[in-house]
Design a protein around this ligand. Structure first.
Ligand code: NAD
Ligand code: UD1
Length: 310
C-alpha cells in the first residue's frame, strides 16, 4: 500500500483518480479548497485537508510521508483566466510552484501534474509535443509556465515530474453548474432536463474528447514512468480524433433518444477553432492510449445524469 496525495482531489478528474487508487488498496490524502470540488466527492476512506493550494504549510502536511503527489488543483476555466488574470495566475502557476517546492523540501517526491491542450493555442492540425506552444489565454500560459517550472524542479532540484496535457476530458461528475463548465457536462445536463442546447459560434469547432477513465490511466502510468526512471516529461492525453460541437450535440441526442433543441449564440472570445492531439508519444512512453469511444463514454456520462424517478 502506498500513500498518494492529490491536490484538487474533490474535483472531477481528481475524485475519479482517488477512487481508482483506493480501489487498489492505496491510502489517499486530498487537499482541496472546495471552490468547484465537492466534499461529497471525497471518499470517507481518504483524508481531506481543506486548504488553498498555495498554502505551503498545508501542502507540507499533505506530502508528509507521501510516495507521490498528483497535482490537479486549478481554476480550470479559460474564460475565468482572462477575466481574473491575477487571481487565476496565483492558483494555476503559483499553486504549481508551491507543490513543486514542497515536494523538493520533502526529499524529491515525484509530482504528476495536469497541464492542458490550451498551451498549444490555435494549432494548424493535430498537435504533437514538438509543436511550439503558443497559448491564447492566461490559463494556457499558466499551464505552460507550470511545465517550465516542472522542468526546473527536475533539472535544478531533482524532483521528478510528469505533465499530462489533457485535451477535453469528460465523464460522470463533471460539474455543469457554471457557464464555463465543460460542454459535455452542460449538454448532458440540459438534455436530461429537456432544455435547449446553446452552441457558441457555428458549431464546427473541433475538440478531442477524452473519457475520464482514460485520463486517470494516463496519470497513473505517468507515475509508474517516474518511478522506473526519474525525469521531467510531458505528454498529450488525447484520442487523436476531433468531433465538432454540432456533431457532439447530434450524438448526445441519438444516445439519449431525444432530439436536441439547439440555439446558436456568438462565438466565445478567443475560442480555439481546432484542438486535436497526437497521442503517439503517450503510446510510446506509457504504452497506453485514450481508447474509450465517444459513444461509450457519452453513454456512461448520460446514464449518470438520468433524472431519478420519484
Ligand atoms: P475541477 O474544477 O473539477 O477540479 C479542480 C479542483 O481544484 C476542484 O476540486 C477545486 O475545488 C480545486 N481548487 C481550485 N482552486 C483551488 C485552490 N486555490 N486551492 C485548492 N484547491 C483548489 O476541474 P477538473 O476538470 O477536474 O480539472 C483537474 C485539472 O485538470 C486542472 O488542473 C485542470 O486545469 C486540468 N485540465 C482539465 C481539463 C478538462 O477537460 N477537464 C482539460 C485540461 C486540463
Ligand atoms: C477545455 C477545458 C480546459 C482545458 C481545455 C483543453 C473545460 C471547462 N475547459 O476548454 O480546462 O484546458 O479544454 O483543451 O473543460 N460550447 C458551446 N456551448 C456550451 C459550452 C461550450 O458551444 O454550452 C463550445 C465552446 O464555445 C467551445 C467548445 O464548446 O468551442 C468546448 O468548450 P469547453 O467545454 O468550455 O472547453 P474548452 O474551451 O475547449
Amino acid at each position: 500500500m502506498a500513500v498518494y496525495a492529490i491536490t484538487g482531489g474533490a474535483g472531477f478528474i481528481g475524485s475519479h483518480l482517488a477512487d481508482d487508487l483506493l480501489a487498489d488498496g492505496h491510502h489517499v490524502r486530498v487537499l482541496d479548497d472546495l471552490s468547484t470540488g465537492r466534499r461529497s466527492q471525497v471518499d470517507s476512506r481518504s483524508d481531506l485537508i481543506v486548504a488553498d493550494v498555495c498554502d505551503t504549510a498545508a501542502l507540507a502536511r499533505l506530502l508528509d510521508g507521501a510516495d507521490a503527489v498528483f497535482h490537479l488543483a486549478a481554476i480550470a476555466s479559460v474564460i475565468r483566466s482572462n477575466e481574473d488574470w491575477i487571481g487565476t495566475n496565483r492558483v494555476n502557476l503559483g499553486g504549481t510552484v508551491a507543490v513543486l517546492e514542497v515536494a523538493r523540501r520533502a526529499g524529491g517526491i515525484p509530482v504528476v501534474y495536469a497541464s492542458s491542450a490550451a498551451i498549444y493555442g490555435n494549432q494548424p492540425g493535430p498537435a504533437d509535443e514538438a509543436l511550439t506552444p503558443a497559448p491564447r489565454s492566461a490559463y494556457g500560459a499558466d499551464k505552460f509556465g507550470s511545465e517550465m517550472h516542472a522542468g526546473i524542479a527536475f533539472s535544478v532540484h531533482a524532483v521528478p515530474t510528469f505533465g499530462v496535457r489533457f485535451f477535453n476530458v469528460y465523464g460522470p461528475r463533471q460539474d455543469p453548474r457554471s457557464p464555463y463548465s465543460g460542454v459535455i457536462s452542460i449538454f448532458a445536463e440540459r438534455i436530461a432536463h429537456q432544455e435547449r442546447l446553446v452552441i457558441h459560434g457555428d458549431g464546427r469547432q473541433l475538440r478531442d474528447f477524452v473519457y475520464v477513465d482514460d485520463a486517470v490511466r494516463h496519470l497513473r502510468a505517468g507515475l509508474r514512468l517516474l518511478q522506473d526512471a526519474p525525469r521531467a516529461a510531458v505528454v498529450n492525453v488525447c484520442t487523436g480524433s476531433g468531433t465538432s460541437i454540432l456533431e457532439l450535440a447530434r450524438t448526445i441526442g441519438q444516445i439519449s433518444g431525444k432530439r436536441p433543441d439547439i440555439e446558436f449564440a456568438p462565438a466565445r472570445e478567443g475560442d480555439i477553432r481546432l484542438s486535436i492531439g497526437d497521442p503517439a508519444r503517450a503510446r510510446a512512453l506509457l504504452g497506453i492510449s485514450a481508447n474509450t469511444s465517444l459513444q461509450d463514454g457519452l453513454a456512461a456520462t448520460l446514464a449518470s445524469k438520468l433524472p431519478i424517478a420519484v
